[in-house]
Structure formats: C-alpha cells, structure tokens
Design a protein around this ligand. Structure first.
Ligand code: NIG
Ligand code: FE
Length: 410
C-alpha cells in the first residue's frame, strides 16, 4: 500500500467475519494483533499489526488489544412510530392474547391511530432517539419499516422519515403497507390491496423511497393470495421481497418468499420442513426476532431444523411498541443463544455477515478490503461478550463510512 491512509486502527483483535459462509459457523475469521486501514470511507488494509507498521496514515488509533468488528446490522425494525402500548402489554400479562387485542381494535391499529396523527418532526425526533441507542451498541445499519401509516399520505410520511433518519446509523427503508388491513378497509380488504399494488408500490419504487417490500402474512393480517399479489407487484417494480411469516401460524409464507427470491423470511416460529427446504434452496435468510417471541411468551424457532435445510440465520431487534420494545440488538443475540441451539459465534455472524444478506447489501457485515469502513470497537478482547452479556454492551468507538461517529469513553 503506497498511498497514505486516512485512518489506521492498530493493536486490534480483528473479527473479520470473512470465513467462507457455511464452512464453519463458529469461525469468526479473527486476526490476533491485527490492524485495519481506511481510505475514502472504505476498508483499504486488513492485516497484522506488524504488516501495518510500514503504512503511512493521517490518523492512527491504538485500540490496545480490543476487538474490532464489522458494524452490526439490524435487519428488522419498526423504529418509526408514536403511541404507547404499555396498557396492552399489561392486559396480556393478565391473560388476554395478542390476536384478540388486535381483533378488538388494539394492537397495530392503535399504533396506526397515534402515528397517523403525529407530525413528521415528532416521528423523526422519537425515531432518532431509538436509532441513537442502537448506534451506542455498535449498530451501523438499520432496516426501518413503514407500516404504522396504512394510507397513502401516512405511509409516504413514514418512508420519508426513515430516509431522513439515515446517517449514524445508516438506514434502509422497507415498505410495509401490508402490515394489517386498515380499519377503514376492513369490509373491502381487496380495495386496499389494489391501492398497495397499483398506487403505493409504483410510486415508492419510482421515487426510490424504499428498497424492499414486506408483508405480514399471518392470522389477523394478510392472506397467502393477498401477499402473493403484493410481492408480485413489488418485485415487478424492482423492490426486494421480505416478510413477516409464521409468527402465529404456518400459512406457507416462507415457501412463497422463496418463490420471489426474497431477502429474508422473518419470525418463523411456525414453519414446515418443506418451506425451510425452499428457503435453503433459494438462499432466503431467516431473521430471528428474540424480542418478539420473548415478549409474546412463545416457543423460539427451531434453528436446528433451519440449519439442516441450509438456511442462514440472522437476528433482528424487531424494535416496535407492540411485541419488542427494544433497541438493544446484542441483547437479542444474548436471548437467542440462551433459548435456541445457537453458538455465541453464530449469533455474532447473525448480526454481521448474515444480516448483510438479509438487507441485501454486499459491502457491509465483513471486514475486508473494499467493504464500507463500518466498524464497531468494544471494551474487550473477546467478541463473544456481545452474546454473553445480558444487554447493554456499548461500543467504545463506532466508524461509519470511515468516519468516527461515536465514542464512549465511559
Ligand atoms: O414484528 N407481526 C407483526 N409486526 C410486528 C408487531 C407490530 C406491533 O405489534 O405493533 C412484529 O412482531
Ligand atoms: Fe416486525
């Protein structure tokens, strides 16, 4: 390397997450006594501390043996919303269930009412608070769904907020107009599905307001046929498919997503072997959402079976007011390793290398030359801390696109 670097991180335990996918799910590709060089926002050097001694750089950071990971990626959030659901949680604790509360106008519909009324400024402010918390844990990319608007102006408002939020961390917007059937269309759901397919998706795709399209295919939400129509339209307009499937019942949503070469199928507490086989074949990532299954008191998904069918595992926070009021992605990994047959290393890959596939961005999630210089540096020499500590793991330094965006000297 002849030209001068912008930044050189030395004396680091580099957790590259570059081991060939599937070769060894416990291999984090660690370089002991390593170094990472950054130029023009991109990783320009990865090697040993010794090799780095001869490199010229504008700035140098000695991290004193700490671990340097790829910035974490949260592939599933509903971070833009207003309104509290604490009462609903309390009702569930005294015996009511999620679906009956939803059917009586609570649940997602109650967040829709509060979110429709909120100004973009207010939504931006509260979502920023949530994303800043995520950043402090070392999350550098966050997928953000709409889905609490459910009419044309409100869905567009949420996607605009999701876009405006981008920075530290960076955001990727997903259109979730098909979250539940809006109250005003409960007698004619197909009219709303038409609106999604014929008005919202074409506009969102044309104006690049989102890169993917999610549908909640389950009891009390959208049917297989409706989801099929929506994903058909989305894919025809260049959006990637992803979905909430198998959270409460198996409706063959995972198999449908495989047919659309989706980025991910999320939840999957209820999924058949045939659907997992289809996902494995099509390379659809399973996004596990520990915050949601824990809050709802559900059995966790069967990851052993997913692995058997070659399905890759990512983890998301599912940050939302109803089922996962959580901004702590490493905490979700800590729950997953305790409740599923998942190793600590596998949980780390689920927030980095595999999560990059779940959001469809090849240049993040690994520390390798040419990738975006998104890095999270923690106060430990052991990366497994992330899934060991039961919450509140803070990053010491966070880089996004080569810029130092967060320092926590605490
Ligand atoms: O991922 N299942 C659908 N969507 C969310 C819940 C949203 C809500 O309850 O507000 C989820 O669990
Ligand atoms: Fe969700």
């Amino acid at each position: 390397m002849r030209s001068e670097l912008d930044f050189l991180i030395v004396n680091a335990r580099v957790v590259s997450c570059t081991a060939p996918s599937g070769a060894a799910r416990n291999d984090l590709g660690i370089i002991d006594k390593g170094a990472v060089g950054i130029k023009a926002g991109v990783i320009a050097f990865v090697g040993t501390h010794h090799e780095a001694l001869s490199l010229r750089t504008k700035q140098k950071l000695d991290v004193k043996g700490r671990v340097v990971l790829p910035g974490l990626i949260d592939p599933h959030t509903h971070a833009v919303f207003e309104g509290s659901r604490i009462d609903e949680f309390a009702r569930r604790k005294s015996g009511e269930d999620y679906l009956s509360i939803s059917k009586s106008g609570g649940g997602i519909q109650s967040t829709v009412r509060a979110t429709r009324q909120a100004s973009p400024e207010l939504l931006l402010k509260s979502a920023k608070r949530r994303l800043s918390a995520m950043l402090r844990h070392g999350v550098t990319t966050v997928e953000v769904k709409s889905g609490y608007g459910l009419d044309v102006p409100s869905e567009l408002k949420l996607l605009a907020v999701a876009k405006k939020l981008s920075g530290a961390p960076q955001t990727l917007a997903t259109f979730l107009g098909a979250h539940v059937i809006p109250e005003e269309y409960c007698d004619e759901p197909e009219v709303y599905v038409d609106l999604i397919c014929e008005t919202l998706i074409p506009k969102i795709a044309k104006e690049k307001l989102a890169s993917s399209c999610d549908v909640y295919l389950d009891d009390g939400a959208y049917s297989y046929e409706q989801a099929e129509r929506i994903w058909q339209s989305a894919v025809a307009h260049g959006l990637k498919a992803k979905g909430h499937v198998g959270q409460f019942s198996d409706q063959r949503g995972a198999e449908l997503l495989a047919r659309f070469s989706a980025l991910s199928a999320d939840h999957l507490e209820h999924v058949s072997d045939d659907d997992l086989a289809a996902m494995g074949k099509a390379g659809v990532v399973a996004v596990l959402l520990p915050g949601a299954w824990l809050t709802l008191g559900q059995q966790p998904p069967d990851v052993e079976r997913m692995r058997y069918y070659g399905v890759k595992l990512a983890i998301g926070s599912d940050c939302n007011p109803g089922t996962s009021p959580c901004t702590d992605l490493p905490l979700c990994a800590a729950i997953a390793v305790r409740q599923c047959a998942m190793s600590l290393e596998e949980a780390i890959l689920a927030m980095t290398e595999v999560a990059s596939k779940a959001v469809g961005i090849a240049t993040i999630g690994k520390i390798c030359i040419g990738n975006q210089a998104d890095l999270a540096i923690y106060d430990s020499d052991d990366p497994r801390l992330l899934a060991y500590a039961l919450g509140d793991v803070k990053a010491r330094y966070v880089f996004i696109n080569g810029q130092l965006v967060n320092t926590n000297d605490g």
